[in-house]
Design a protein around this ligand. Structure first.
Ligand code: FMN
Ligand code: FES
Length: 545
């Protein structure tokens, strides 16, 4: 059978590709979108779901140790089986897709509970007996063939859907464990999960907050191939194997097929890619396979992401208010309007921050939790680390009037757009509407005034209009179709969009929402919007949010 033909899995015949668990399609909205947009993905794998909600580890959760090679410790973040079932119940997946629910638990009863809770909404299960960095879960159970056998048997007897077992390469004899799973009723095997755990440090400091994490991507392919080969030899011919681990091109797919895999998972290689780029990648991959690897178009479409950290020094700190500081560093960047960086303080955490100015790098930091409190407590001369910039370039030619709407800490994300728009607007208006609780929370006001017409609303009336940013629309006298760029809390964005739709079209209204941006390179999926786009690669400014 050709590697690009549909094949049987459970009761369905589907294309043989998937994005492995925990990568990109971690939110149901993203699963749905990818299912609709990418025909080559026949198997859709969910993130690992447990019986209870888990917040997971504090960021950094992902580090890059070589090009296309990563260490991650997401920490099994998930909303819990019941909440996830509710989300899945609202989605209609195309019939030619096999929805594979990855599930985890600390014992048989937890696995059974999760499987039963999700059964109605999915086509099959992948039991995560292989995560290498979560205490009491995953690999700690999956290295013992008797435990694997027992858990497999309990789940197989409790549900009517096919059950796959996802195995760890960190086991003495992976073939023996796979055989125990199949003898206990498993339908198929998935291999490999991440390797290790490994440890990665900068200046001697562990990057991951969890300190250790599973290794994925480039570098683990030979291990993945050996494991798949061992599994195939142990389980015989007719058991489906989903092979993964460092696959990046048609040659790797061919190698996994030769080792014994029937389906192929491609995860880490997709780092940094927008949805359309992933779509083009899978299309090209089919072409390369059909050309017997004489072409390598798919690999040429992959991106190189840059997650390396630089140490920066604070040159100046302006205490705008007790909880809002402007931090000017010694670092010079080239950032596009709307882009953001990650700031990392070892042992404390990492957060995304808008670039207020790139030359030198200047950040506006509103205290919202432990990390921002710590960053704001640093003094002139102190150092922290940054990586980036991240986010998509805004391809706007500013041929219409342009209105920037900022609220709270979102104001910091508008400065570079204001500068770009001011340079390009020719006889067009640049209107900047800013709202904050008081005058101390409106940074860079003088700079904004140099660029355009600025109107301010403060909740306490300490500057200009007493009220909210929505109250400024009438005063701004916006009558013709124009661009809008909104940056601020979700509540503000929800309030301004209806006003903007009275004036302009949704395609011209761009918003940057404050979603949970964790990895910044499109892999963890935590920044998914309600319609399944990922803010860190498809945004942060997106139209039609
Ligand atoms: C950010 C990230 C999160 C992951 N989360 C999970 C997970 O929740 N459950 C799981 O079984 N595997 C998880 N994995 C492992 C992948 O599913 C896959 O087995 C592994 O990354 C090897 O494939 P790759 O080299 O193509 O990425 C994760 C990997 C990454 C990089
Ligand atoms: S996918 Fe990880 S933050 Fe966007």
């Amino acid at each position: 059978m050709s590697l690009t033909e549909k094949r049987q899995i459970g009761s369905k015949k589907v294309m043989p590709f998937t994005i492995p668990s925990g990568i990109i399609t971690t939110e149901p909205s993203c699963l749905e979108r990818i299912a609709r947009e990418i025909p080559e993905l026949g198997v859709l794998t969910t993130k690992s779901i447990g019986s209870e909600p888990r917040v997971g580890n504090r960021e950094p959760i992902l580090a890059q140790y070589i090009p296309r090679g990563f260490v991650n410790a997401v920490g099994l973040t998930n909303p819990g089986a019941e909440e996830f079932a509710k989300k899945l119940s609202t989605i209609a997946f195309p019939p030619d897709k096999f929805l594979l629910a990855s599930i985890f638990g600390k014992d048989e009863s937890e696995f059974v509970f999760v499987a039963r809770t999700l059964e109605k909404y999915v086509d099959g299960f992948e039991l995560n007996l292989s995560c290498p960095h979560a205490k009491g879960y995953g690999m700690q159970l999956g290295q013992d063939k008797d435990v694997v056998g027992k858990i497999t048997q309990s789940v197989v007897h409790s549900v009517k859907k096919p059950v796959f077992i996802k195995l760890t390469p960190n086991a003495g004899n992976i073939g023996e464990i796979a055989k125990a799973a199949i003898d206990s009723g498993a339908y198929g095997i998935v291999a490999i999960n991440t390797v290790g755990p490994g440890y990665y440090s900068i200046d001697g400091l562990p990057v991951l907050t969890n300190k250790v994490g599973g290794i994925s991507g480039t570098g683990i392919t030979p291990l993945g191939l050996r494991c798949v080969r061992d599994i195939r030899q142990a389980v015989g011919e007719n058991i489906p194997i989903i092979g993964m681990g460092g696959i990046k091109n048609a040659t790797d797919v061919g190698a996994y097929a030769a080792a014994g895999a029937d389906f192929f998972g491609i995860g880490s290689a997709l780092a940094g890619m927008e949805e359309i780029e992933i779509k083009n990648y899978f299309f090209a991959l089919i072409g390369d396979i059909n050309n017997n690897c004489r072409t390598n178009n798919a690999e040429n479409l992959l991106k190189q992401v840059d997650m390396h950290y630089r140490k920066v020094k604070i040159e100046e700190k302006i205490d705008s208010s007790c909880d809002f500081k402007v931090i000017r560093t010694n670092e010079t960047l080239t950032a596009e309007p709307g882009q953001f960086i990650f700031a990392w303080i070892p042992e404390v955490g990492e957060k995304p921050l808008s670039v207020m100015d790139d030359r030198p790098l200047t950040l506006g930091v509103l205290e919202r939790g432990e990390f921002t409190r710590k960053l704001n407590s640093l003094r002139k001369g102190d150092c922290f680390y940054i990586r980036g910039p991240y986010g998509k370039k805004l391809n706007i030619n500013f041929n219409l009037d342009t209105v920037l709407v900022g609220g709270g800490c979102g104001i910091a994300g508008l400065t570079l757009i204001a500068r770009r728009a001011a340079k390009r607007l020719n006889n067009k208006r640049l209107v900047i509407l800013l709202g904050a609780k008081d005058k101390e929370h409106i940074p860079y006001l003088d700079v904004f005034k140099e660029y355009g017409e600025v109107l301010v609303a403060t909740e306490d009336g300490s500057l200009e209009l007493k009220g909210k940013v929505t109250d400024l629309f009438e005063k701004a006298k916006l009558t013709k179709e124009c661009y809008f760029f909104n940056c601020g809390p979700e509540k503000m964005i929800d309030a301004v969009i209806p006003l903007e739709l009275n004036i302009s079209r949704s395609q011209l209204i761009y918003s940057s929402l404050d979603f949970m941006t964790k990895c910044g390179v499109g892999l963890c999926g935590s920044c998914a919007t309600k319609d399944g786009r990922r803010l860190c690669v498809d945004g942060p400014f997106m139209a039609g949010v």
